[in-house]
Design a protein around this ligand. Sequence first.
Ligand SMILES: [Fe+2]
Length: 445
Amino acid sequence: MTVERQTEDLPWHLKGNWAPVQDELNVDDLQVEGEIPKDLNGLYLRNGMNPRTGWSEHWFFGNGMVHGVELKDGKASYRNRFVRTPYYENDMQMMEAFGDPKASPANTHVVSHAGRILVVEEAHVPWEIDRDLNTVGVRDWDGRLTTPFTAHPRVCHETGELLAFGYSMMAEPYLHYYRVDAKGELVQNEPIEIPRPVMMHDWNVTRNHVIFMDLPLVFSLEGPNPGFAWRPECGARLGVMPRDGTNADVKWYEMNPCYVFHPFNAHEEGDKIILHVCRQPFAMMGGMQDIGGSEDNTARLWRWTIDTKTGSVTEEQLDDAPGDFARVDDRRTGLPARYGYMMGIDNKAPTLTFDSKLYKYDFQSGGRATQDLGEGWFGGEPCFAPRAADSAEDDGWVVSIVYDGNENESYLVIVNARDFEAAPVAKVRLPRRVPFGAHGSWLPA
Ligand SMILES: [Fe+2]
């Protein structure tokens, strides 16, 4: 192993391949093992926490750095940039930034909508970057968005809308719903009542509804450990609302306490709503920091079925592979998706540790295929890139920025989605180590 030497007293999220990088590069003509498909043209963007000072108190608090790999005619280039918000410019820590909706670390996800690329983090408003990854400015709809905006907005490929929510920790209402139309205009901003502030990291949309997850990772400033605490006695509920609805239209469905950082997708079947999620039985304070801390709280694939007639939620575990960072073909958002992709997590590790596996689920047959990157390799979030805009679901490739811990190098791997267990069709060697991060998107050329 030639991984960098580490200072023993650094927290896990600053060591090994979590350690931040500081330089901003543009490099063309990357080395490729295998062959980049000629019809895979576009830009893969991936965001992650990368503290500019080298230090952050929590994984969630590092500065956003976006890494981009552009594929064109079988060739690849790389670039990366910090997102230059007031959080970056003023070297802020999270406690200083809570009161300013624009002071975003902008570190969690990067999504494309209505001709803009938005970088998002759940305690602040979005920021916009361009295709060169330079920061354009805040995207708060001319100051009309003053409350936090999720890191997991969803684009509906039928209507072109961007659907989103935001949760607040300090003041009621603790939840808002947002709808942005296909032209990028904020057309709806609804306060939604929930009884207490909870960490609502992600959510679900279907063709006609959105589904909020009110799960008992509860925020409080009281007691010896202010912050988020696991409080199963508060119960767990799914809130189903029509996409153009208001607080009065939300119907809540009780379920067993659990935590979900990331669903795969949701869809409707008559009176039923089907959700595939990465469910963990509980979440500790600090959230995902502890996701790998115990075999018992690593997420697995579950299916929830809401029966809107009877008011029941059926909960079923479908597989035992530990993992998270679930995705489907983005074009299937809210529609029945047959295939889901998930990153493996090492449930024996004391802190959040990706493993060498990427998974592909077939929700129809119940099958699971595994892409094993090999000994000493660590995966990243899998993202589906279709062959063409109108190609069938799963006709394309799964891309992911992964880490070779044997050589301390990072690669973009390109896996044929329909031959998922075969060796990647290409491994694009990135010109520098890319720290483990969070979420990304494929932007077709
Ligand atoms: Fe996330």
